[in-house]
Design a binder for this molecule. Sequence first.
Ligand SMILES: Nc1ncnc2c1ncn2[C@@H]1O[C@H](COP(=O)(O)OP(=O)(O)O)[C@@H](O)[C@H]1O
Ligand SMILES: [Mg+2]
Length: 139
Amino acid sequence: MFKNILVAVDGSEYSDRAFEIAVDLAQKYGSRLFIVHVAHQSMSSGTKVTAHIDEAFLDLGREVVDSYSRKAEERNVQNASTILKKGDAAQKIIEAVQAENCELVVIGSRGKGAFKELLLGSVSHKVTNHVKCPVLVVR
Ligand SMILES: Nc1ncnc2c1ncn2[C@@H]1O[C@H](COP(=O)(O)OP(=O)(O)O)[C@@H](O)[C@H]1O
Ligand SMILES: [Mg+2]
């Protein structure tokens, strides 16, 4: 079971906890672990300025996936890969789940958003509602 596990990371403490659980499960099941982060993207596009901003967002995103990738190495995860996308976070996570045939998604209940009274963030809400496989929501 769980040949391919996807963990969605945004650098929040929730996604740190989701990551720890995903690593543990990947090791127990001998799974391939896909560490996915979606970088912000400018609302508009097509100008030099937005191209620079998007490049900066991607650089920040690369730092996020790289930090988790280093943690996976430290924990001796045998089969981890990183996926860095840009755009709508939930949409891109859902696409990655399908593209990599993931059988389990591990995601934080909340992220770095400001509305702390909500039980579920918009990304975890949308992903949970749209993927066909089991989702482990980490609080
Ligand atoms: N840009 C992103 N890339 C990858 N995963 C994300 C991203 N944003 C959120 N997530 C995942 O979704 C979880 C919930 O975050 P989110 O729904 O954005 O809540 P909030 O509104 O509190 O930010 C995070 O803990 C993380 O696992
Ligand atoms: Mg968020």
